[in-house]
Design a binder for this molecule. Sequence first.
Ligand code: NAP
Length: 338
Amino acid sequence: MKKVKIDANLIPQKKLNTGDKIPVLGLGTFGSDTYSNDQVAQAVKFAVESGYLHIDCASVYGNEKEIGQVISELISEGTVKREDLFITSKVWNNMHGEGDVIASCKQTLSDLQLDYLNLYLVHWPFPNYHAPGCDVTSRNPDSKPYNHHDYMIVWKQMEKLVEMGLVRNIGTSNMTIPKMKLLLKDAKIKPAVNEMEIHPHFQQSELYNYLVDNGIMPIGFSPIGSPGRPERDKTANDTVDIEDSVIVEIAERLNVHPALVCIKWAVQRGHVVIPFSVKQNKIISNLEAIIQDPILQTEMDEMSEIDKNCRLIKGQVFLWESANSWEDLWDLNGEIVE
Ligand SMILES: NC(=O)c1ccc[n+]([C@@H]2O[C@H](COP(=O)([O-])OP(=O)(O)OC[C@H]3O[C@@H](n4cnc5c(N)ncnc54)[C@H](OP(=O)(O)O)[C@@H]3O)[C@@H](O)[C@H]2O)c1
């Protein structure tokens, strides 16, 4: 494939409530069951060589060592400067105890071969562990519902990481409005971002507006509707964004894949997106999508009408034994389910 390098100055950046800037598009790095750690690391290498500056990592993805090796080489050979990169990682659910968050962040920094992270997130607001690849119906007897006292043990360590200079921005992921309200009441440093599932069939407008009103930037994961997620994470009622007739029609007008319409929609709506691919043509076209051929305002209006409230990453594996269903994780009645 012909090498393309997109001028980083063309990639819009969003200002966070700390004053730091985040590029509106980053590369996701969750290879799931499909791609090896080395394939994902090579995708990071290709992406940065092509102009990506923002990479979304997590310790649970199991590939930070390989990604770190690649980033270190890109910096030492002069392809990119550390200060131009925006690197995110996340603390996993089994590292929520006193001292664990700081230890986990230090391990991530060592694996990524970095001395600071631009952004560190609490991956899920539950301390619940499940074995990788386990069946979605399995329940861990040690799993617990949300507990705000326990969450603040995590958050205080997140704040400490900022004081220690190991992390520039801290944020949450997979939060709800009731949980966020409690955090905003008790946090010394409020979250700069909330990473959450957002795609045209799952627009989450109420939470989205709440975050924006409180100066918290939404980062949308699974922006294309995660078509490559494992079969065990699919259910019969799931809808498919890239097959939606409104999206397909806009894609036909622009002569692009419907995935790119999803990415344009996200950036034009005003949030940050982190699509995943290890395929070079997709990595390039996802970045080009945000600087070429915007969607028309009339098309944005049409897309705001196709929300199906269809959550794809339901989180069943985090359920505690007495929970009724995955809906209990998401506080649908406006109150935290215990
Ligand atoms: N905070 C959290 O709890 C959380 C949860 C889930 C995900 N995430 C993050 O969000 C990232 C993205 O989420 P995701 O991987 O679930 O979903 P996604 O980005 O919506 O979907 C990725 C899939 O879309 C396909 N794709 C990508 N670009 C395409 C294009 N231009 N044309 C056609 N198909 C395209 C890829 O296909 P190929 O496989 O063929 O390349 C890949 O299988 C993850 O990698 C991870 O970093 C975070």
